[in-house]
Design a protein around this ligand. Sequence first.
Ligand SMILES: Cc1ncc(COP(=O)(O)O)c(C=O)c1O
Length: 379
Amino acid sequence: MSPSTPLLREANLTEIESLALSSQLNMADGHARQELTEAQRSIIDELPDLFGKAAAQPVDDLEREAHGAYLHLLRQHSYPTGPGGVLTCYSSSVAMEILSRSLAASGGGPVALVHPTFDNIPDLLRGNGLRLLPVEEDVLHHGPVGEAVPEAVRCLFVTTPNNPTGRVLAEERLAAIAAECAARDVVLALDTSFRGFDTRSHYDHYAVLRDSGCRWVVIEDTGKLWATLDLKVGLLAYGDGVGLPLAKIHSDILLGVSPFILVLVTRFAEDAAAGGLTDLHRFVADNRALVRATLADVPGVSFPDVDARVSVERVDLGDRPCLDVWTRLRQGGVYVLPCGQFHWADPARGDRSLRIALARPPGALDAAVRALRAVLLDA
Ligand SMILES: Cc1ncc(COP(=O)(O)O)c(C=O)c1O
């Protein structure tokens, strides 16, 4: 893709992220690219043994172990443990495609989707012919619950914690929304890909969903937490009576993920439970503090997501057009994301903010944010 401004406006976020993949100063995608901790490096040193274990053990056992290690780590103790209640996918996007195709196959009204959010979610839903209605974050999180679930929708889709804002759906609010969905027979779907970073999203969502009696689907993702070179899984969990052909469409697309990746996920989750997750939270908080401190005295710049704990940080640029800033950064080999595309129903609302990835080595992040500071002071 040519990175000229008009094309940049039309590009999706993944196209913009792909421009940065070989850059030393890639602060664009939300994948985990920090250095491994000592404990994680020792897991990598065990890879030949893990490969042997993966080859020797029945895949059902490995899958059960990976689901359990990951979901208990994040305190999702009530996840479905029965056969087929959690479908393992190559990535959360594949889980999202399966959900989108399942919704498309089952007819009905439009899908309500949180606004803003990562653009591949609306893209996959629309790509399957589904009509979307935006639900603003403030409406989703506060005020009459009926307004969070628009009239005549067949599904409400919520990203929590959200990307890029980091907003987390509180337990009481999830319960209220789930009760509303149950009463109106709306499927409630959650993308919790970023939940590992934020303990406020570690309450047991599955217990809340089960107790509400609504039809529900949850997409989980191991890929945002650990720098495993994109060896990751997406999980597609759903309740009894969901009424969507998820398992059938999963089987249209894949037989299963590599048992080797399942073993790796289990080992990283065990390490996280033994203290690695707390260390990761501190690491992300330190990187967020670095970004805020470096830009603190730049006139007009602010940080809209004051409470965010996820591994990305939005920067509001005041009256500076984001695409100008993005283009000048790129000329210096520094990549971030413009925010227009996150506002999938109204891109102009993201025209003056950008998103910086925090799951990066602090030295590289520091260099990138200093370059951003220089561009902003010059703009
Ligand atoms: C909220 C959310 N869900 C899903 C995805 C897709 O993840 P993947 O590219 O690993 O499929 C992303 C990507 O950043 C995301 O931000």
